[in-house]
Design a protein around this ligand. Structure first.
Ligand code: C5P
Length: 233
């Protein structure tokens, strides 16, 4: 694992911009994250341009389908060169889907599960029909336990869920945490947020940070400042 916990989310459909950001940010971050917005526009070739910068890439495609389909998709992702450092799926796809995916990945990349998106509040989750999930944190904790049972390496979770997940699942289970906002920055569409230092203190292994870095006038300087804040904390 890179020592630097910052994973920059390259959320742009612009290939040249993503590659330029990856190059400029490489000294200041540990990872790059490529998601649907970029991958659907540029596919494997675009992904490879980012990965060729030498940054380990989290390929954030959040798969969610029946076990056979997800396992086949994971098998295809494992053929990509250079291989993604991290791939993921939605834990709400269930135990069998996660087990099938873990078998397909077979330890070649870290496989993690999205629990509940950090853009969803309790009300949003209720509205989406998870009526038994009256408490988001309890829901996240049970999904994280299910992911561990399925043999996954870790979860994507909000900063607010970290203490409970660490309590239930120990220190070795990877926690990848979006919804990170440096002090004084806008929350935008994220609802369950924390500062980088607070998330690290609560046990986050990897901090996924997008717009607070990529939307800054000087992204390298913004990443460096966040890293310096973490070192100081
Ligand atoms: O710009 P911002 O820092 O909010 O970007 C957060 C990134 O983390 C986005 O790429 C988003 O897709 C991703 N993400 C998230 N919540 C999750 C899983 C991933 O915000 N639960």
């Amino acid at each position: 694992m890179p020592a630097n916990p910052i994973c920059v989310a390259l959320d742009t459909p612009d290939l040249a911009k993503a590659v330029a950001l990856a190059r400029a940010l490489k000294p200041h971050v540990g990872w790059a994250k490529v998601g649907m917005e970029f991958f659907y526009a540029h596919g494997v070739a675009g992904y490879a341009r980012v990965a060729d910068t030498g940054l380990p890439v989290f390929l954030d495609l959040k798969l969610h389908d029946i076990p056979n389909t997800v396992a086949s998709a994971m098998t295809a992702l494992m053929r990509i060169e250079p291989r993604p450092a991290i791939v993921n799926l939605h834990a709400t796809g269930g135990l069998d889907m996660m087990k099938a995916a873990a078998d397909a990945v077979a330890g070649r990349s870290k496989l993690i599960a999205v629990t509940i998106l950090t853009s969803l509040s309790d009300d949003d989750i209720w509205q989406a029909g998870f009526e038994t999930a009256k408490n988001t944190e309890a829901h996240v904790r049970s999904l994280a336990s299910l992911a561990k049972r399925a043999g996954l390496d870790g979860v994507v979770c909000s900063p607010h869920d970290l203490v409970g997940i660490r309590h239930d699942l120990g220190r070795d289970f990877l926690t990848v945490v979006p919804g990170i906002r440096p002090v004084d920055s806008a929350t935008q569409d994220q609802k369950r947020v924390a500062t980088p230092a607070a998330a690290r203190a609560a046990g986050a292994d990897i901090l996924v940070i997008g717009r607070a870095i990529t939307g800054a006038a000087d992204p390298a300087q913004a990443a460096q400042a966040i890293g310096a804040g973490l070192d100081a904390g």
